[in-house]
Design a protein around this ligand. Structure first.
Ligand code: PEP
Ligand code: MG
Length: 575
């Protein structure tokens, strides 16, 4: 038996057999081949080339349609290269001559050709070199079988053990019946973690080397709350954990009873509890646990779920209409696409960014790609007739973005009206406050919008300069940092000054202690994963809000997160 300790990011206990996946494309190894395997390797390479060609042509059509012919044209160059005999022969030659695996031959050949082009010193040649590198990536991807993991046929409970997992892989694998995830990398609020939580699948990340330690079919236990993974558990441990699973399920079903209780503190402060929805599966839980609306619908997951197809206007309309009708008359906050960063469906934007988290993400990408956005916006405005629609913009960092959006929305509305398509002119417009510059201009922003939602996941990432996906800096990802607490107070004051509501919809709101801190700071509206609603409600019901506010005034003056934590631990909070 071997126990590995990582970061528990989605709770619950999962017991099953390991399926090990290699998902990272950039790690390519050199394998020498025995002479007699060379012809089969050439065959494998040719099959991969055909697949890559199909993929590139499909992408070209898709991008052409959505982003315009110019961008679609990029793929034409790629598709010509994938049919270029000189290029392909150079790779095959290397496989035969050096007796090496196709991946290595692709990597070496493209690197070689790139440096030859670069040595010619003109922009035109450098661009061709970049095309070669992109094509090399497509080839590697199809050689390594990326996105071909289909586990639905495997019998029994499967625990996926992987080096890395994108949010879209997590959605796909979760829906194929995977019961647990154990991943080498990833932080506490990564989107993969959020997805695992949405699907109620235990996930432990930050387990370096687990893909080498575990073998296919090994018995595994994933304990998401403790952040541990047990390989080859003994019979006694297995029995104990099965017992815990049963107990946890019983407790879960008991939680429904909390639905009737009010979310009100001991001293009578009433808190609105709303649901964050990533996947359609969660709507039932939101209703079951009595959510007072949807405080965040992460619409980009609709996009990621439909990939490689792009959601049509009717797809948008139908999903939003269902949410609005089911929740009416409570509000439903539809956040426009927050694509980009790690949430980007890989195949959509082939633009390479050195630092995508600071790149074309959220509202920036949306405004830069009006065609995709227009489809979504039309769907939103049409659905608005069916309930209380609030629209929210992600990653706003300048006031200009809000103004540009308003103009865009007005033009789209006009277009719908001229066509005679029924739509709703009345919706509330809000912004996520998740970038420090938005905090600093919150007073100005508050005069331009109808509501704020603080996205602490990103606000922590951007203000503390800590990648939310990076387990190596997980200890610096500090929700109790006094700098962050002060920012939240600033935003609350700005919202109060303009008399607009402010909520928190980051993962802080889903943690009983941190939710109590938020309430103490002055937040009266929390939005969180529906499964966490009962626990957070319980914490609120045992909170003395006025006392907490006094404690937090003190905490905001402390120098570090550790000091704040120590101070709070010294109180008798009963959370
Ligand atoms: C956040 O940043 O806190 C947030 C709610 O948005 P997301 O997690 O989708 O980035
Ligand atoms: Mg965010």
């Amino acid at each position: 038996m071997q126990v590995l300790q990582g970061l528990g990011v989605s709770d619950g206990v999962a017991i099953g057999r390991a399926v090990c996946l290699e998902t990272r494309h950039d790690e390519v190894y050199r394998f020498p081949l025995p002479e007699d395997q060379v012809p089969a390797e050439i065959e494998r390479f040719r099959r991969a080339t055909e697949e890559a060609l199909e993929e590139v042509q499909r992408l070209g059509r898709r991008v052409g349609l959505e982003l315009g012919e110019d961008l679609g044209g990029i793929f034409e160059v790629h598709s010509l290269l994938l049919q270029d005999a000189a290029f392909l022969n150079a790779i095959e030659y290397r496989i035969v001559e050096e007796k090496i695996n196709a991946e290595w031959a692709v990597l070496e050949t493209t690197a070689d050709l790139r440096s030859k082009f670069a040595s010619l010193g003109e922009d035109h040649f450098r661009e061709r070199g970049e095309d070669l590198q992109d094509v090399g990536r497509h080839l590697l991807r199809s050689l390594q079988g990326i996105s071909h993991h289909d586990l639905s046929e495997i019998e029994g409970d499967v625990i996926v053990i992987a080096d890395d997992l994108t949010p879209s892989d997590a959605v796909r694998l979760g829906r194929q019946g995977v019961v647990g995830f154990a991943i080498e990398v990833g932080g506490q609020t990564s989107h993969t973690a959020i997805i695992a939580h949405s699907l109620a699948i235990p996930l432990v990340s930050g387990l370096p080397g687990i893909t080498r330690l575990a073998a296919q079919d090994d018995p595994v236990i994933v304990d998401g709350a403790a952040g541990s993974v047990i390989l080859h558990p003994t019979a006694a441990i297995l029995e104990r954990e099965r017992g815990r699973q049963v107990q946890l399920r019983r407790e879960q079903s008991e939680l429904v009873k909390t639905r009737e209780l009010e979310a009100v503190t001991l001293d009578g402060v009433s808190i609105d509890l709303l649901a964050n929805i990533d996947l359609s599966e969660e709507l039932d839980d939101a209703l079951r646990f009595g959510a007072q609306g949807i405080g965040l619908y992460r619409s980009e997951f609709l996009y990621i779920e439909r990939s490689p197809e792009i959601p049509t206007e009717d797809d948008h309309y139908n999903v939003y209409r269902r949410l609005l009708e089911k929740m009416a008359p409570s509000p439903v906050v539809i956040r426009t696409y927050d694509l980009g960063g790690r949430k980007l469906a890989r195949e959509v934007m082939e633009t390479h960014e050195e630092n995508p988290v600071l790149g074309l993400r959220g509202i920036r990408l949306t405004l830069a790609r009006p065609r995709i956005f227009r489809t979504q916006l039309r769907g939103i405005l049409r659905a608005g007739r069916h309930g209380e629609l609030w629209v929210m913009l992600p990653l706003v960092s300048t006031i200009d973005e809000v103004r540009r959006f308003r103009a865009f929305a007005a033009a789209t509305m006009e277009e719908l009206r001229n066509e005679g398509t029924p739509c709703s002119p009345n919706f509330k417009l809000g912004v996520m406050i998740e970038v420090p510059s938005a905090v600093m201009i919150a007073d100005h922003l508050a005069r331009e919008v109808d509501f704020f939602a603080i996205g602490t996941n990103d606000l922590i990432q951007y203000s503390l300069a800590v990648d939310r996906n990076n387990e190596h800096v997980a200890d610096l990802y500090q929700p109790l940092h006094p700098g962050l607490l002060r920012m939240i107070v600033m935003v609350i004051k700005a919202a109060a000054g303009a008399d607009i509501p402010v909520s928190v919809c980051g993962e802080m709101a889903a943690n009983p202690l941190l939710a109590s801190v938020l309430v103490g700071l002055g937040i009266r509206r929390l939005s969180l994963s529906p499964r966490r609603l009962p626990t957070v409600k319980g914490a609120i019901r045992s909170l003395d809000c006025a006392a907490m506010t006094r404690h937090l005034e003190h905490c905001c003056e402390l120098p570090s997160a550790a000091d704040v934590r120590r101070y709070l631990q010294g109180l008798d909070l009963r959370i």
